[in-house]
Ligand binder design. Structure first.
Ligand SMILES: [Mn+2]
Length: 356
């Protein structure tokens, strides 16, 4: 049997000099326990695994988190956590320092007598970087829903609709076709608004001649898709077409270069080099890509700071863009699985410039 996620986490605890870890980030909690609900804390030590939740979720946790002893907490969860930490003989208890609030830390530290709270970071996140086959399949299905939504929106998008109309239509279509939700607010940025890389849909009406940046993703069994396409309403100008080709060239070169052992930095540099050489370096102000899984933005990063080596099973976006203030923006984003010798592209939508 392959090592469970719980066993893999236990192997990481000594590296943070803790003998137990409190897991509160929802994606981490789900990853380690299997519990999909919205309230509860996992407490893991070398010999114990507790899942502490309230009355509403006890039954669900019993089914979803079979490796864990389910504990229903009383009025104050911190008192229950204190008892369990003592039962497990935990002296140094790690907590997720980028998740726990100052107030939660105060409450915990006054309740946990005899237990030292130790700030930790990135333990479960490190395990989440490499996906197993089941996870990549869920991400593929999420992305396939996105592909279908893109094809659908091409058939109805036209001048006069607002960006919000387009966003709602994408969302409705994805929900109707198996998504349990959307991974993030749908970005529909048309015309000059396209120069805002994260221009969430507004009440601006689409106009003839606009380039429209569409960036969206479905959620399927907790896993996210993420894709971006830029389409033209009507015939693109020669400048629009020229810039589009540069972005596409940068994206394809980066896709071609991805392989295990390369760093995120190297891949980012390949796309960035092409855009800089074309004279638009200052107009590509964000990283090339990011990991996707239970969260829409996770490790690893393909960016100037991405020093991590890519490994088979990592799932990352590749999304160069060029943004010209006052004019338009163009971004093309695919979601790919790193594998031996290259990538498997999960995004199937066409990438040539579409003129509606
Ligand atoms: Mn993205």
């Amino acid at each position: 049997m392959t090592k469970t996620r719980l066993a893999a986490l236990r192997e990481l605890l000594p590296s943070s000099s803790v003998d137990g870890l409190l897991i509160t980030r929802p994606e981490n909690r789900r990853y380690i326990t299997g519990f999909t609900g919205s309230a509860g804390v996992a407490l893991v030590s070398q010999n114990h695994a507790f899942f502490v939740t309230d009355f509403r979720y006890v039954e669900q946790a019993t089914y979803q988190a079979p490796e864990f002893q389910i504990v229903q907490h009383g009025l104050k969860i911190e008192d229950t956590l204190c008892e369990l930490a003592q039962e497990a003989g935990i002296g140094r208890l790690g907590f997720e320092k980028d998740v726990v609030t100052f107030k939660q830390h105060e409450t915990l530290s006054s309740a946990l007598s005899g237990v030292r709270l130790v700030p930790c970071e990135g333990l479960v996140e490190a395990l989440r970087e490499v996906k197993d086959e089941n996870e990549t399949e869920l991400i593929r299905q999420a992305e396939a829903i996105g592909d279908a939504a893109f094809s659908h929106i091409l058939s109805i998008m036209k001048p006069g609709m607002t960006e919000i109309d387009v966003a709602l239509e994408l969302e409705w279509f994805m929900r109707k076709n198996g998504a349990e939700g959307i991974g993030f607010d749908v970005i529909v940025a048309s015309g000059p608004r396209g120069a805002m890389p994260h221009g969430v849909a507004s009440d601006k009406k689409l106009a003839q001649g606009d380039l429209v940046v569409l960036d969206f993703g479905a959620v399927y069994n907790g896993y996210r898709g993420d894709m971006t396409r830029t389409v033209s309403l009507g015939k693109a100008t020669s400048l629009q077409r020229r810039v589009y080709d540069i972005v596409l060239r940068a994206q394809e070169a980066a896709l071609e270069a991805i392989a295990p052992g390369k760093t995120g930095q190297e891949i980012d540099g390949i796309a960035r080099g092409i855009i800089e050489e074309a004279g638009y370096g200052d107009n590509f102000g964000h990283g090339l890509g990011h990991g996707v899984g239970l969260a829409v933005h996770e490790e690893p990063r393909l960016s100037v700071t991405g020093t991590k080596e890519l490994r088979p099973g990592m799932v990352v976006t590749v999304e160069p863009g060029i943004y010209l203030p006052g004019l338009f923006g163009i971004r093309i984003e695919d979601l790919v699985v790193v594998q031996e010798g290259g990538v498997r592209n999960l995004t199937r939508s066409p990438k040539e410039l579409i003129e509606l």
